[in-house]
Design a protein around this ligand. Structure first.
Ligand SMILES: Nc1ncnc2c1ncn2[C@@H]1O[C@H](COP(=O)(O)OP(=O)(O)O)[C@@H](O)[C@H]1O
Ligand SMILES: [Mg+2]
Length: 166
């Protein structure tokens, strides 16, 4: 499978990238979102959910660990494991039950729960541009399955980001 890197000029471009991803997701898929605090992970998920028609708030699950969204028969679970400290919580909170054929799982800070997570279809990684004062973000899109590969192609296909080499 392949990896692409796109440039996201501003927060609107990050939301648009989420919107392009939205239409290619299907039940059972797992997407990880890595990168430092404030690099745009939640912004991409917000754009994704908005593109699917979600009109109410999209909150960061920093304190709740997981927020969920239902679109007719498809569920979206948005996790943030930044503050996840107690491994037992994975069991007691029943988080494994979120990984189902009728659910898409979008996971911030997957590194914190690597031992529990299934292999993702798509691994997204956000970074600041190399020049400290440059605007925007770099997003690397790493497809790990055929389904993830369809997502990668959709995310790089249209406007909203400049395509870089690789
Ligand atoms: N491509 C971008 N360029 C500049 N700012 C961005 C970009 N994408 C998102 N942001 C901004 O970065 C800030 C942090 O975004 P957020 O999605 O909460 O980060 P994270 O979830 O990775 O901690 C927000 O103010 C958001 O508007
Ligand atoms: Mg976040």
């Amino acid at each position: 499978m392949s990896i692409s890197t796109i440039t996201l000029a501003d927060a609107a471009a990050t939301e648009a990238a989420g919107g392009r991803l939205a239409g290619t997701l299907s039940g059972g898929m797992v997407v990880t979102l890595s990168g430092d605090l404030g690099t745009g992970k939640t912004t991409l998920v917000r754009g994704l959910l908005r593109a699917l028609g979600w009109q109410r708030a999209v909150k960061s699950p920093t304190f709740t660990v997981v927020e969920y969204y239902a679109f007719s028969s498809l569920y979206f679970y948005h996790f943030d494991f930044y503050r996840f400290a107690d491994p037992d919580e994975w069991e007691t909170a029943g988080l494994a039950e979120c990984f189902r054929d009728d659910a898409v799982c979008l996971i911030e800070w997957p590194e914190r729960v690597a031992a529990y997570l299934p292999d993702p279809d798509l691994a997204l990684r956000f970074a600041l541009p190399p020049a400290a004062d440059a605007p925007g973000r770099l997003l690397s899109i790493d497809a790990r399955t055929e389904a993830g590969e369809r997502c990668r192609r959709a995310m790089i296909a249209t406007t909203g980001g400049t395509r870089n080499a690789g």
